[in-house]
Design a protein around this ligand. Sequence first.
Ligand code: SUG
Length: 451
Amino acid sequence: MSRPARELNLDGLVGPTHSYGGLSPGNLASARSRSSVSSPREAALQGLAKMRLLADLGVAQAVLPPHPRPDVDALRRLGFAGTDARVLARAAREAPQLLVACSSASAMWAANAATVSPSADSADGRVHLTPANLASTLHRSLEATTTARLLRAIFPEGERFAHHPPLPAPLGDEGAANHLRLCAEHGGPGVQLFVSGRMVADAEDPRPGPRRFPARQTLEASAAVARLHRLAPAHVAFARQSPSAIDAGAFHNDVVAVGDRDLLLYHEAAFQDERAVLAELRGKLRRVAGCELVAVRIPAAELSLDDAVCSYLFNSQLVTLPSGERLIVAPAESEATPAAAAVLGRLASDPATPIDGVRVVDLRQSMRNGGGPACLRLRVVLTDEELAGVAPGVLLDASLHERLAAWVRRHYRDRLAPADLADPLLLEEGRRALDELTVLLGLGSVYDYQR
Ligand code: SUG
């Protein structure tokens, strides 16, 4: 059975402390940008411009607010005491890397906020959401509690939405960045692919893992999410990220693969056992959704793994517009990488590939931390009725876009150097900005410091 449904893109709004901390091992852009000066204002405006583009194209678009940073509560838990200003000053002096981690605006990458399963696939007919614990890095592990609260404010728990708590560490869970859903149409049944890089019970896994960089997503976490979301085995497939992709800098699967309904665009090195994964997806999609998988495989001969990682081509958004036209929304870096630009050109012009056009977006501030167009959005497939249950203030139209852009211009610094993170004024500016934002979005008091 299929009900009218669409995909809502929930984008993380970049926070006022957007910075380059070099905090993510295995994320090459983050390591390269470490300690450089950032522009939170430009970053937030670039993200908003992407949201506006999607909204103008007719895609349902919403805003996920940033988290309060620096996270003074986390610093207190780490032993820094006294007034807020003293906590910041002591952390800056005694453990500067902890201050950097507790200041990260990393909640902007909403693809890591949660895993979401649409009601069409779940046994109880509800939309299920599990916030990611992001247990593999300190800065990201601080996000889960606030993310959970924001998601509950946006998708009220009840008949339509079921919320689960973040999984316990050390079952590393990175959310939708390692999850994609294939279907004939959004409102009909689909197959959810969960991709992981390691097992917690590593001794039980005879296959070699990556050597250079850590695998973040665990199979145990993926399987737990599938159980919690009440997905029958027919709706689920599990795959393993190839260690070579992780070692080349694909720390999440969405750096090497992206899907949209029946289309899967992927790099040949994305999965460890490509043939088995494709065969399982093909068979399951045929059985549950009655459609054929359209697999577009990009071979290494056309685009090397290194070029895939530096161009972020696969971190493009694939979107189907209300007209039925399918676009690929690619980062500017893809156009700037000759091999990736050639792939984009081919995808848009080859009649055998169901992609009708390319849009290029400038997200350079986020990209320098390894966050492309797809990293910034969480896809939430909703029926019309479920969409009517979403907190209305976060839905983005031209008017909200303009109000948010003006809000950014009023509150965000144009330039932020690493030493500025210890400035107590930055903390105050951030709180003032978020107080205004929660009113603007009609969310009420959602942050700890507001309670
Ligand atoms: O987790 N970067 C993020 C980028 C997340 C990208 N998301 C997806 N692929 N879906 C990460 O590595 C860098 C922060 C810093 O170094 O300051 C960072 O956290």
